[in-house]
Ligand binder design. Structure first.
Ligand code: KIV
Ligand code: ZN
Length: 510
């Protein structure tokens, strides 16, 4: 029997993670991620900020009603409307938590809230009490806690616990802390807040100095019982504490830490890929745990050592984080059951209808390339999962011709509902630029391309090419992703994905 304490993993990919520029997700995407988080075995899923928009409310409500196996949490400011709305969204969950927050640092009090210390305490207490009237699992966050005067932080935390907070979360909202500093903040709370034992201390670190994981570990070392984090570390600015890194640090250094988590670490890589695909935020190659190079050994000396004894250069086993050694190959003659099996093993929860669409796309792909790898299947599943928005505009046909010293020519037909619209363009800086012009002409939207990336889904020159675009429209950024063995077609799909998100966001705001 292990005498380690279990640290709760509070995942905020769907709330703080979604605050990454351009990372907004639609309902079916959020549901897919929520299910993946349950498969990963996180303790708490922060599903959104219900008052923020009708779309956020709907997502929290759907997740609360349908996802089982984790506590579902909704964020609220310390006011009646926010808290009531959060509860309205959460009330059908198997287990729900309301997370109320209020800034406490002098900078926020003075410039943002224009409130005195006394008013802050009163508002925090009222907020926690109102939330506690609805459910018995209440988290309170003094926003910008790390830059709050220590005496005042202790006072607020004590008052929040007295009012009914069962978890007190200490956010490093601007990523200002360093590990030793963070350790001191937690020790201080433990030593000076008389009722601190009545609540779990949680830690919420942003990564502005690249220290979010280190700061979270420092807090756990001195008694924090919950870590707030996101898949791939996505989030505002430089992001949040990365779930996969902090979990694997606790597991790999279990000789040092007295804490473990319940995370099913074999789901880390598939979950990372799912979130990357849905948000369009690519994972850097050398990212710890889930980057493509995280387990690649290049140097001859390392390879030699590895062959003699794996632990010479490897502190974790790739299979422990879900990197399969063998890519199971499917082909033209593989049936729907084999595809369904593989998709399930890769972590996709497809409905019968979705599986049918993926199977049809799989057959088309198998006609073009002999062997279909896991990366191809992931790509096809993800295209279908991102389907909700894509019902707006879709590609019907595309003809492209280009050559050295020749103006590109693009003939394109798109479908919008029952209607089909076409355009022919023979201008632009190349076929991709011409394709953008054609989409603008057909949809009537002005699109500014801020970023464009292509990469292959698998090995081989016949691999699916995955294109990610970042499009600016009306001052907001939207990402889109598309895959095809033809890069121009993949680009068109990616731009349409972004266009559909623009329209979806506009519709959910109106
Ligand atoms: O970073 C932060 O302060 C937050 C709070 C709402 C917890 O995300
Ligand atoms: Zn945050």
């Amino acid at each position: 029997m292990s005498d380690k304490q279990t640290v709760k993993i509070f995942d905020t990919t769907l709330r703080d993670g979604e605050q990454s520029p351009g990372a907004s997700m639609n309902l079916s995407e959020k549901m897919e991620i929520a299910q993946a988080l349950v498969d990963l075995n996180v303790d708490i899923i922060e599903a959104g900020f219900p008052i923020a928009s009708p779309g956020d409310f709907e997502a929290v409500r759907e997740i609360a009603s349908n996802i089982r196996g984790a506590t579902i949490c909704g964020l609220a400011r310390c006011n009646e409307r926010d808290i009531d709305r959060a509860w309205e969204a959460l009330k059908t969950a198997q287990a729900s938590r309301i997370h109320v927050f209020l800034a406490t640092s002098a900078i926020h009090r003075e410039f943002k809230l224009k409130m005195t210390r006394e008013e802050i305490i009163q508002r925090a207490v009222e907020g926690v009490k109102r939330a506690a009237g609805y459910c018995d699992d209440i988290e309170f966050s003094p926003e910008d806690a790390v830059r709050t005067e220590p005496d005042f932080l202790c006072e607020v935390v004590e008052a929040a616990i007295k009012a009914g907070a069962t978890t007190v979360n200490i956010p490093d909202t601007v990523g200002y802390a360093t590990p030793q500093h963070m350790g001191k903040v937690i020790i201080d709370l433990k030593n000076r807040v008389p009722n601190i034992d009545q609540a779990i201390i949680s830690i919420h670190c942003h990564n502005d100095l690249g220290l979010a994981v280190a700061n979270s570990l420092a807090a756990v070392e001195v008694g924090a019982g919950q870590i707030e984090c996101t898949i791939n570390g996505i989030g505002e600015r430089a992001g949040n504490c990365s779930l996969e890194e902090v979990v694997m640090a606790l597991r790999t250094r279990s000789d040092y830490y007295q804490h473990s988590t319940k995370i099913n670490t074999e789901r880390l890589v598939p979950t990372s890929r799912l979130v990357s695909s849905i948000t369009g935020l690519q994972v850097q190659r050398n990212k710890a745990i889930v980057g493509r190079n995280a387990f690649a050994h290049e140097a001859g000396i390392h390879q030699d050592g590895m062959l003699k004894e794996r632990t010479t250069y490897e502190i974790m086993r790739p299979e422990d984080v879900g990197l399969s050694k063998t890519d199971l190959v499917l082909g033209k003659h593989s049936g729907r059951a084999a595809l369904a099996d593989r998709a399930k093993a890769l972590g996709y929860h497809l409905s019968g209808e979705q599986l049918q669409v993926v199977f049809e796309e799989f057959k088309k792909l198998a006609d073009k390339k002999k062997e279909i790898y896991d990366g191809d299947i992931s790509s096809l599943c993800e295209q279908e999962i991102r389907g909700e928005a894509s019902h707006e505009w879709s590609l019907v046909s595309l003809e492209v011709s280009s050559g050295t010293g020749k103006a590109p020519q693009v003939k394109m037909t798109l479908r919008h509902g029952e209607e089909e619209k076409s355009a022919e363009v023979s201008e632009g800086d190349g076929p991709i630029d011409a394709a953008f012009w054609a989409i603008e002409r057909i949809t009537g939207l002005e699109l500014t391309c801020k970023d464009f990336q292509v990469r292959s889904a698998t090995l081989g020159r016949d691999a699916l090419g995955e294109v990610t675009v970042e499009i600016e429209s009306n001052g907001s950024t939207f990402r889109g992703r598309g895959a095809s063995t033809d890069t121009v077609e993949a680009t068109v799909k990616a731009v349409l994905d972004a266009v559909n998100r623009i329209l979806f966001t506009a519709a959910s705001k109106s």
